[in-house]
Ligand binder design. Sequence first.
Ligand code: GLY
Length: 582
Amino acid sequence: MKPTVSLVTVSLLFAPISFPGPGAETLTGSSLERSWRNDQKAYGRKGAVVSAHPLASRVGLAILKRGGNAVDAAVATFLTLAVVHPQAGNLGGGGFVVLRMADGRKLALDFREMAPLKAHPKMYQDGKGEVIPGKSLRTAQAVGVPGSPAGIYHLWKKFGKIKKWSQLVYPAHAFAEKGFEVDDFLARSIRAKRKTLGLWPATREIFFRKGEPLRKGDFLIQKDLAATLKRFADGGPKGFYGGRTAELFEAEMKRTKGMITQKDLASYVVKERKVLEGSYRGYPILSMPPPSSGGIALLQMLHILETWSLRDLGPGSAQELHYKIEAMRRAYADRARWLGDPDFFKVPIKGLLAKDYATGLAEGISPTQASKGVEAGLPAGAPPEESRETTHFSVIDAEGNAVSCTTTLNSTFGNGQVVAGAGFLLNNEMDDFSSKPGVPNQFGLVGAKANEIRAGKRPLSSMTPTIVLDKKGEHPYLILGSPGGGRIINTVLQVLIQVLDHDLPLDLAVRAPRIHQQWLPPATYWEPLAIPADARRKLEGMGHLFQKRPSVIGRCQAIRRDARGRILAVSDPRSGGGASAW
Ligand code: GLY
């Protein structure tokens, strides 16, 4: 590759830039006690990028400054995350983009992983039909065929402005080749996942030094990943789904009894889908259709909640929380039953999004009692496990082109397996299928026929990349999304409500404590301060069950552009992301 941007130029462009904002605060204690670092909020007029890593956001901004549009910036940010945020940034995973171009074009791009050609509904069950614990999470059979390289290339080809593909790959390549400093967040994630990562020799070589997980301040160099990026830069998707990378991928699968072959890789297809469109209090909302459940559940909840004036009820009041919890319960119950890959199962999208359906659901909500028997027909799920990773970033440019992208390996570092010689981590997205009706996945989410495993099918997701337009439908007003498995949809919902109903400035809306209810299990989780003590007593009196959540609910990366064109980008202080703007 002959990069047109030299490494020196890259490092100059990415020198820290200071923006107005609150003073930096020491990052101590649990992530819920954190406030913003200086680079987690950024103000501008010409564009912004906000992502889970400050370096990735700065790369995106540098691309905007060099004449790229929001799509070019998104592609370069995506690839940089694959290097500097290996917990979820990826080449070996998949994701979704909701895009709105300034000329009005809209697209939902689906580059979700596909089940391998040899996959079948009972692949995670033993001879007695019991689900084998961990098989869909920690083995080579947990891996779905990655969609990310095909997805971002497709996006650039169709909407990008920068002519040369390799220019967008180059910053990521430079960080892989020359290295970068491991921050506190990455060091903690590696330590937390050391058992899973330690299982795989090629993974140990990258994330361990002298048998110990990398620490904060260590330098992480990823030569094999750099070589893979170079093949991708030179050959586009053929440089990933074919040639040397595909050979290494297949060899890794053979060695570890995985299912994916070169034929699977060559068969991967990106899908352009129609953006899911709805509205809330007059604001047009664009979000992700199936195979994500995110857009449908989000719009369903918003439609139900339009019945009441949440503003008059007041943020954090018992009544406001009651209606939110009940709306969540109903949308997640429908998620479990009706949602799956639309290419394999007829998802009743129109029915679920009809306003009179939402009105009927709202009428079924008692103002004074928690509901017990939300129609289900499935057994109760186990409580969700903690801290599963995915990552979201948002981008806007001077013309008003907007990209909302959520991407994932599923668990933090996916199944923990690095493709030997190719340097990238693999996903364990197959766990997002229903391994057996009613048996919960790692997020405690249950599913049914709609989400059963089939060869070539895409597992149901909760990723909710979303764009809200101004009331005239002319300009992007909010661009947002979050990681957090099943908690993603409720995170996006609550940030929207804080802004659209309660008029909170975006930074406070992102910071505001959140709740999470997903139908099964029946308890509602809450972050500290999300439910004032007197409201909780009242809600318990109405029959609500609560469980304090030991970890955070979502980590939102959001941008707001006001009517005068002023942009504020906010990275959730719950983690170590960064916002860049100009
Ligand atoms: N793997 C998390 C999701 O797609 O919802």
